[in-house]
Design a protein around this ligand. Structure first.
Ligand code: CP3
Length: 335
């Protein structure tokens, strides 16, 4: 089958007949094929075994005919060699969180080509099997710092805000290292052949605009400006109040969550970016007519953009009915 380059053409600014579609977290527990593989190995083993990671990457491509694949791993995989004890239960858990300057200073710079060789091997294997582009990814420095400081997910990430303000040196030491590591990790993925990389900033929306400006955005900017040779997508959840800053970012595309309409985002971002999004993942629990209705609203708004990549506004949920995923993809593809 011919290589499907719809995503790449959209990112290059070409007008296409329809937007490409992929879904954040498209490989995962809502698919029986994934659960079957996962029943035999732990999540981290799955991430560290290129043949198995490749198998689960192909599952949603084969089942739904999506226009691109995303590397199977987790944003937290590359922080393990920095010096934290990482576990998934299945939610992430770190038993030795970063709470002091000494903790931050102990964190290591990682050589991705050797210490994360299993990711590079997985990427090469995936690319050899796919006839769609493979998106590489990383967490953004702040979102990674959230897990490293808090030790687990949280509603308020109070430990993060405490460290940011009460021990700024510890916070910036950690953020600088995470930024260096993120750049070398994404660059290594590009060097292995990923034509697109996405950086996930899931928790950026937890801070004020002032804090985003001082404590988060400069690091995002440094990553976006340093990674060469691929299209860069930045996805920050709940970030519309930061758009006056984000519009200065040097990148190809921005992910938009479901709260802001694509048109609102495009106006605030002054039509500078290809936009990716933005159906509420909860809509995949609705009946097919409702899914069709909202997909059409998003498709229509997408036509006025510089370019549109259809996606959800956040990751697909584990209980999502598979037939609704198929229905959504068919609508976007016009079949
Ligand atoms: O999109 C894909 O198909 C690629 C794989 C991928 C995973 N995680 C696999 C995964 C990607 C891109 C991620 C990103 C990720 N991981 C983010 C950013 C995106 C987002 O959703 O906000 C974040 C914050 C994480 C951290 C993380 N990893 C959490 C909170 C969890 C637990 C989720 C839950 O619902 O329990 C994970 C584990 C994880 N990462 C799973 C998968 C398939 C489930 C693990 C399992 O099979 O048990």
């Amino acid at each position: 089958m011919a290589f499907n380059d719809l995503l790449l053409r959209t990112l290059n600014g070409e007008k296409t007949d329809r937007p490409p579609i992929w879904l954040m977290r498209q490989a995962g527990r809502y698919m029986k094929e994934y659960r079957d593989v996962r029943s035999k190995v732990s999540f981290l083993e799955l991430c560290k075994t290129p043949e198995l990671a490749c198998e689960v990457v192909l599952q949603p491509i084969d089942a739904f005919g999506l226009d691109c694949a995303i590397l199977f791993s987790d944003i937290l995989v590359p922080i393990e060699p920095m010096g934290v004890n990482l576990d998934f239960k299945p939610a992430p858990y770190i038993s030795n969180p970063v709470r002091t300057l000494a903790d931050a200073e102990r964190m290591r710079l990682v050589d991705p080509k050797t210490e994360l060789k299993f990711v590079m091997d997985a990427i090469k294997l995936m690319i050899s099997k796919l006839n769609v582009p493979l998106i590489g990814f990383s967490g953004a420095p702040f979102t990674l710092a959230c897990y490293m400081i808090e030790g687990e997910g949280s509603k308020s990430f109070l430990e993060v805000k405490k460290l940011m303000h009460n021990n700024t040196k510890a916070y910036t030491t950690l953020m600088e290292k995470l930024t260096d590591n993120t750049i070398s990790y994404l660059q290594a993925q590009v060097d292995c052949g990923c034509p697109v990389v996405q950086m996930f900033d899931t928790w950026a929306g937890l801070v004020s605009t002032y804090e985003y400006k001082e404590f988060i955005f400069p690091y995002v900017q440094r990553v976006a400006e340093s990674v060469k040779g691929a299209h860069f997508i930045y996805f920050a959840k709940d970030s519309s109040s930061f758009y006056p800053m984000i519009k200065k970012l040097n990148c190809a595309a921005l992910g938009v969550d479901w709260k802001t309409s694509l048109k609102q985002a495009d106006a605030a971002l002054e039509h500078k970016f290809v936009l990716q999004g933005n159906m509420d993942p909860a809509l995949l629990f609705a009946d097919k007519d409702t899914i069709t209705k909202y997909a059409n609203i998003i498709l229509e708004e997408g036509k006025s953009l510089k370019g549109h990549i259809f996606n959800l506004g956040h990751g697909i949920m584990p209980q999502t009915p598979v037939e609704n995923v198929k229905h959504l993809v068919d609508i976007v593809k016009g079949v």
